[in-house]
Design a protein around this ligand. Structure first.
Ligand SMILES: *Cc1c(COP(=O)(O)O)cnc(C)c1O
Ligand code: SF4
Length: 339
């Protein structure tokens, strides 16, 4: 019988709530921490979707590098203000698939539920940056409506908690949700799409592990990591605890120009994920959201990267390259995307 390694005790010098109170929101503070002068890069203030990043994530950036791939993901630059044709504020037409507040039902067997309305990081390419969260934060009162919708659609077998980041919710809120959801026998799987444990590793704490490990519904975590520099020992420790509780941990990335659109980087990312106990799941082509066009990678280049990875890695370390095309019944494999 295989011996499952037991992760060592989670040693955390602060709580995730404390880390949240120490978020960096001023670009000048961020640049000073990185020994960069404001003249070195075309940064700008964004009053609507401002800078938000944790101290821990900033510590993983390289000092003195204005092109740091982690910095590029969080610092607003002037190129965001260029209006580009074909880029919109709702590229996925999500408002058409929103039957009750907070619920997105696009793919037959699974629904996506916006569980919270905030994140511990503001990713500049985020396709939800223009999403009307105010009208779509159902809160506990709205859960009942979502559960009723699910019961009327017995083909739904999985609930995906998304956001905002679902782990921004308190542990007792998550516990209550799981307890109520478990009353629907049709639900076989519960998935969390989360970036919080990457941004604030302390989020994987004993109390969360306790809540998740007592779930009668199997749980899958899909992390969101784009670059190998995002991964460190604290993240691997958290994953070890999740896995010891029977949780499957996968990762999705977004293919981003200037961040991870090169073969070496993607290859390193797959290995770094594997070393941290995570398997690559998806790499999403950028959604055409207004303000993110400087991150776009052509589908031609994406296809070349995909083939190069297929040639040099075992199949299970190659993420599925996909694009979200509105009105399709699943994500579209890149092989079927026209150039
Ligand atoms: C991506 C997504 C899902 C999950 O799709 P999988 O292929 O099962 O990972 C579900 N609903 C919506 C709205 C999505 O965007
Ligand atoms: S963590 Fe996800 S939802 Fe939140 S800003 Fe980043 S990409 Fe958007």
């Amino acid at each position: 019988m295989a011996i499952i390694p037991q992760p060592t005790l989670l040693q955390q010098s602060k709580t995730w709530q404390q880390a949240l109170t120490e978020m960096i929101t001023c670009p000048l503070t961020l640049l000073a921490k990185l020994d960069l002068c404001p003249q070195q890069l075309p940064w700008q203030w964004d009053p609507n979707f401002g800078l938000r990043v944790s101290e821990s994530f900033v510590q993983r950036m390289q000092k003195g590098n204005p092109h740091d791939p982690l910095l590029r993901q969080v610092l607003s630059i002037k190129a965001e203000s260029h209006l580009v044709n074909n880029y919109s504020s709702d590229p996925l037409k999500e408002s058409e698939f929103n039957p009750v507040p907070g619920l997105l039902h696009k793919f037959e067997s699974r629904v996506l539920f916006t569980f919270t309305s905030s994140c511990a990081i503001h990713c500049r390419y985020c396709f939800r940056r223009h999403f009307p969260y105010q009208n779509n934060n159902p809160g506990k009162k709205g859960w009942q409506q979502a559960f009723e919708y699910i019961e009327k659609h017995p083909q739904i077998i999985e609930v995906i908690l998304s956001g905002g980041d679902p782990l921004m919710a308190q542990d007792d809120t998550i516990a209550l949700f799981i307890k109520m959801l478990a009353k629907l026998p049709q639900i076989k799987l519960l998935r969390f799409h989360t970036r919080l444990p990457v941004v604030i590793p302390e989020r994987i704490c004993h109390s969360l592990i306790k809540v998740l490990s007592s779930s009668p519904i199997p749980i899958i975590f899909v992390y969101h990591i784009n670059h190998p520099h995002e991964i460190n020992q604290a993240i691997a420790n958290g994953v070890a605890h999740l896995k010891a509780s029977g949780i499957t941990v996968l990762n999705q990335s977004v293919l981003l120009h200037g961040v991870n659109d090169d073969f070496d980087c993607l290859k390193k990312l797959s290995f770094a994920l594997f070393d941290a106990g995570i398997l690559p799941y998806y790499i999403n082509l950028l959604d055409a959201v207004q303000g993110a066009s400087h991150f776009a990678v052509s589908s031609n280049k994406a296809k070349m990267l995909q083939q190069a990875l297929r040639n040099s890695l075992p199949g299970y370390l190659v993420p599925k390259f996909v694009q979200e095309i509105p009105h399709r019944s699943s994500k579209t494999p890149l092989d079927l995307v026209e150039n």
